[in-house]
Structure formats: C-alpha cells, structure tokens
Write a protein that binds this ligand. Structure first.
Ligand SMILES: Cc1cc2nc3c(=O)[nH]c(=O)nc-3n(C[C@H](O)[C@H](O)[C@H](O)COP(=O)(O)OP(=O)(O)OC[C@H]3O[C@@H](n4cnc5c(N)ncnc54)[C@H](O)[C@@H]3O)c2cc1C
Ligand code: SF4
Length: 335
C-alpha cells in the first residue's frame, strides 16, 4: 500500500474543490473520495488503486438521511449505510426489493460500513483485475489485454461484454435501483447534474477503464427513487455458490402490478450476468399485459437472454439466468 494524503472535509464544495484536480474520476484517479472504505481500501491494499490523496466525505452533514419528498419520491443520502437503508421504514414499506437486495449483499459488518454512493461506484471483483501478478487487464491497464477471456471466467459476464473486457458488475443494490428507476444526483465542478441510473454505467466497449458517468470532482450527494404505482409486487432473488457472503452468479429484481389477472408496469433487471446492472426491456415487453403463466415467464426469459455472449466456463449462466428470472416471476406473482 502506498503513502497517501488524507483530508477530512466538512462541505461538498471543499470535497469537490480538492477532487476536481484529479485528471480522471476513473481508473488511475490520483484523488478519490472515501466513504465506507470497504471497496477502496481493499483495492489500495492490493495496489490496484493507488490514489495520492483521499478526501474523507464522512463529516459532510446531511448526507446520511433517508427523507420522503413532497412529490412522493424518496431521497437517499450518499452516506446512508447499506444496513440503515435496508431497515428504513420507507424502504421496507414501499421499496422492499431494495431492502432485499441490500440484505443479500456482503456481510452484516460490511453493510454497516458500506454506503449508498460507495456501492454505486464499487469496482469489479474480476480476480485478474484484483491481482497485479496478471499483467493483462484492460480495465486496470488500458491496452494490456484481458487475462479473463483466455483464462478461467466462470463468474464473468454474459451480457454487455466486449472483446476487451467481460468483468461482471458486482452490486446487488444497483440491480434493485435499476427497476426502481433511481436518479443519481451529482454535485461537481461544473454544477449539479441528475443522472438516471440507466445512463450512469458505461459498457466496457474499447474503454473498460471508464465505468460510469462521473467526471473529476463529481460528488454523488444523493439518490432519489420516484414514487411507484400502488400495490406493486416486488422481489429480489439472488443465486450464488453459498447462501451468504457471496456475490451473485445470477440475480433478478422485479417490480410489477397484477391487475385483473394481467401483469402491468413490469420492470425486470438482473445482476451477476452483466458488465453493468442489467435492465431487461425485452422481458418487460414480453410480460406486459400477459397472464402470469410459466409459458409467459419462459418466453420473457428467452427474449431477455437472446443477446447473451457467454464464454467457455460461464455458458451455464445463460440457462441459470433464465431459471432465476422464471423462479423470481413465479414467486412474486403467486405472493
Ligand atoms: C468481502 C466483500 C464482499 C462483498 N459482497 C458484496 C455483495 O455480495 N453484494 C454487493 O452488492 N456488494 C458486495 N460487496 C461490495 C460492497 O457492497 C462495497 O464495497 C460497498 O458498497 C462500497 O461502499 P463504501 O462506502 O465502502 O465505498 P468506498 O470503498 O468508500 O468507495 C468506493 C468507491 O466509491 C467512490 N465514492 C464513494 N462515495 C462517493 C461519492 N459520494 N461520490 C463519488 N464517488 C464516491 C470512492 O471514491 C471509491 O472509488 C462486498 C465487499 C467485500 C469487501
Ligand atoms: S475481464 Fe475486464 S477486469 Fe477482468 S481481466 Fe479482463 S479486462 Fe481486466
């Protein structure tokens, strides 16, 4: 682990002013915000992240609140810990898919530290990215190659992959935020921005080191969740190698209404299979207005995975993802 400077700031402006001097907000950033530190410190210990300056944002007031807004939306501060968010009364009552996703992630100790903003910006768990013994990693060193494609890639992505990177996005929380149409609020050197979560994450393409829409100095201040239609059914189902403290092989987040025997306002996203949290409009279109039958679920799952590009070791994920979606749809519609 390298030497670094640490500055504790008390205002967003102070944080942004320092961080705006970094040449990039992505891989290789020389200045980074630190929230819970569970992802950043992990990668600093491995020398994968080598910032010269950390800006501790934990003393900025008002970033750790969950507040209902007058328009019915929910405002979630960047520093709300994953544990607190999972147990927030408004989340349990109106967005249970988010609570379920949060509680399926990491361990209780990690969730007590991990924050909303840190979870959004967390980096991949690709073992080749994490291990400097492997020189080939386009995400860590642009242009160096991808050790995973020719290596062992059982846990890697099957959707959104490129010839340069097949790393899976690791988050559970962000999959739920996808079906909740979350909006990420950013304060930066050039002013304030609102980024719909569907536009926040970048596909790897030829630039896998650029993972999201953040620019130097951009501070995530909060996330908002729009009000949902009444009486939605919601579920987060996570399939993994062991029952806890494990990342998803495939997961499904679903929000829908069932009215007069038909599925309405259907939203589906999956984790563990994509290079970013993966919204599935093909499945949504296929299910909308249909009766909740096994046949309809299978048709939706087939449509959603049609664009999958598996490699040798992760080919099993195509059928696993379909079964995950079908199981989640069956459970949520029979509740
Ligand atoms: C062993 C282990 C198991 C895990 N299992 C799971 C799992 O099953 N599911 C899951 O979803 N996650 C899992 N995680 C990941 C965990 O959820 C993340 O590490 C955590 O959410 C990161 O939050 P943090 O506050 O600690 O982020 P930090 O480590 O503080 O920061 C992470 C990144 O976010 C940036 N950042 C933080 N706040 C802001 C902000 N306000 N604005 C802009 N940038 C910001 C930082 O600069 C840094 O680049 C696991 C982690 C570990 C270590
Ligand atoms: S999959 Fe992506 S993160 Fe993993 S080795 Fe290849 S380029 Fe690096």
């Amino acid at each position: 682990m390298i030497d670094f400077e640490l500055t504790r700031v008390g205002t967003p402006d102070a944080a942004i002013q320092i961080a705006a001097a970094t040449p990039t907000a992505q891989q290789g950033a020389t200045i980074r915000f630190i929230a819970g530190g569970t992802n950043l410190i992990d990668y600093m210990k491995l020398d994968v992240e080598t910032p010269q300056h950390l800006v501790d944002i934990n003393r900025i007031p008002d970033l750790a609140k969950v507040e209902k807004q007058s328009d019915g939306s929910l405002k979630i501060g960047a520093l709300v810990r994953n544990s607190d968010l999972a147990q927030a009364p408004e989340v349990l009552a109106e967005y249970p898919v988010l609570s379920q996703a949060l509680l399926s992630g990491a361990s209780a100790q990690l969730r007590n530290k991990a924050t909303t903003s840190g979870n959004l910006v967390q980096r991949t768990r690709c073992p080749y990215f994490r291990d400097l013994a492997y020189a080939e990693c386009n995400k860590r060193t642009p242009g160096s190659g991808c050790a995973a494609i020719g290596g062992y890639h059982r846990n890697h992505a099957i959707l959104g992959v490129s010839d340069q990177c097949i790393a899976t996005h690791a988050s559970d929380m962000d999959v739920a935020l996808m079906v909740l149409d979350a909006v990420i609020h950013v304060q930066g050197a050039k002013g304030n921005r609102m980024i719909p979560i569907g536009e926040f994450y970048k596909l790897p393409g030829t630039t896998p080191h650029i993972e999201n829409a953040l620019e130097p100095g951009d501070l995530i201040t909060h996330v908002t969740l729009p009000a949902l239609p009444e009486k939605t059914k919601q579920i987060y189902l996570k399939l993994r190698d062991r029952a806890s403290y494990e990342f998803a092989l495939a997961s499904a987040a679903i929000v829908m209404q069932v009215q007069t025997g038909r599925m309405r306002h259907v939203r589906v996203a999956m984790g563990g299979v994509g290079t970013r949290p993966w919204r599935m409009p093909e499945a949504e279109r296929s299910l909308e207005g249909q009766a909740p039958t096994e046949r309809a679920f299978r048709a939706a799952a087939d449509a959603a995975l049609r664009g999958a590009r598996p490699h040798t070791d992760n080919a099993f994920k195509v059928e696993l993802a379909k079964l995950c979606m079908i199981r989640a749809l069956t459970t949520v519609t029979s509740a």
